[in-house]
Ligand binder design. Structure first.
Ligand code: PDD
Length: 321
């Protein structure tokens, strides 16, 4: 049996109706996810709030579920669950891992959800009458460390050679995998890509540029995945009084930026202080990053308070009924 080398513990995962240890979870080789990369996925943070009895807050979860619904819809898979069903399922996997000791109540976690078209005799077009494969895994979230936030990270650049449906959160990630590997081989945190001389995104992150106090990002289109942080950062910029422009950004503009920031579920917001062999701006994290990072932490705290309020209201209603 092949060991899952980077998973130190053996989390309890959900696969097609069952909770099983990851080491025992199996899909048939004719699963179209394996054969064709015919599936989609979602990655959502679940923050721990030890002070709250309610425990864990899925952050921006409604938006993650909406994107999941859009992804399955885009590739013609019927969503296996409605929002309440997905929420209940994630809660069940979290509870199983907490009970099992794999996830401490005070640990932030990440929910990985994958839906493939299912298992069928190999043939490219959609087979009729098959059940989607559903996989859910909840593992500890390791956010960038304080040093990475304080110093920023180095990114490298490359031409974006991926397909033109980057807005679908597809598991067909070979283009992204090659870009992540390019970063790894060059001791960089991430590869930032250009298509036809214009900024698109990182291998697994969105990219933001600040110049003279104005924040910009490439517009939502088929050329990038609209991160759940995309709309969030737009909102946070507004809160902070930072002007935001969604517009095409040339390679030259990226290289002349005062600040570059990458964002994703697992990175939150992170400053890029070196691009290839050059410093970005003054070579240290800037004021726009600092404002957005603080606002992001406030947004987390706010959602935790709202979740806690919900739990309290629920129990009060239970008592009064
Ligand atoms: N990736 N663009 C790409 C290509 C991504 O893979 C991701 C996230 C993002 C940012 O999306 P969000 O803000 O919703 O995390 C943008 C996840 C984290 C992953 O593949 O693990």
């Amino acid at each position: 049996m092949t060991a899952v080398s980077d998973v130190s513990s053996d989390p309890i995962v959900y696969l097609n109706g069952e909770l099983v240890p990851l080491s025992e979870a199996r899909v048939p080789v004719l699963d179209r996810g394996f054969i064709f990369g015919d599936g989609i996925y979602e990655v959502a943070p679940l923050y721990a709030h030890p002070a709250h009895a309610g425990g864990r807050t899925p952050f921006r979860f409604q938006q993650h579920l909406a994107r999941l619904a859009r992804s399955v819809d885009r590739i013609g898979i019927v969503n296996p669950f409605d929002d309440a069903g997905w929420r209940a399922l994630i809660a069940q996997v979290v509870a199983a891992n907490e009970a099992d000791g794999g996830l401490r109540a005070d640990q932030d976690a990440i929910a990985y959800i994958q839906v493939t078209r299912g298992v069928a005799k190999r043939g490219h077009a959609f087979p009729a009458g098959i059940q989607p494969t559903v996989f859910v895994m909840v593992t500890p979230l390791n956010l960038p460390d304080a040093a990475q936030r304080a110093q920023g990270v180095r990114c490298v650049t490359a031409e974006d050679r991926r397909w033109l449906n980057c807005d679908i959160k597809s598991v067909s990630l070979l283009g992204n995998v090659l870009m992540a590997q390019y970063a790894a081989e060059n001791d960089a945190f991430e590869t930032i890509q250009f298509r036809d001389g214009m900024l698109t995104e990182g291998s697994s992150s969105n990219v933001w540029v600040a110049k003279s106090g104005v924040l910009s990002a490439p517009p939502r289109s088929h050329k990038i995945l609209e991160g759940i942080r995309y709309g969030l950062i737009e909102e946070l910029a507004g809160e902070c009084g930072i002007r935001f422009e969604a517009r095409e950004i040339s390679e030259a503009e990226l290289r002349a930026a005062d600040e570059i920031i990458v964002s994703s579920a697992t990175k939150e917001v992170l400053p890029v202080t070196r691009l290839d062999s050059q410093p970005v701006g003054e070579g240290k994290p800037g004021a726009v990053f600092a404002a957005l990072y603080a606002a992001y932490q406030r947004a987390k705290a706010q959602e935790a308070r709202e979740a806690q309020q919900g739990v309290e209201n629920e129990s009060r209603e239970r008592i009064t009924v």
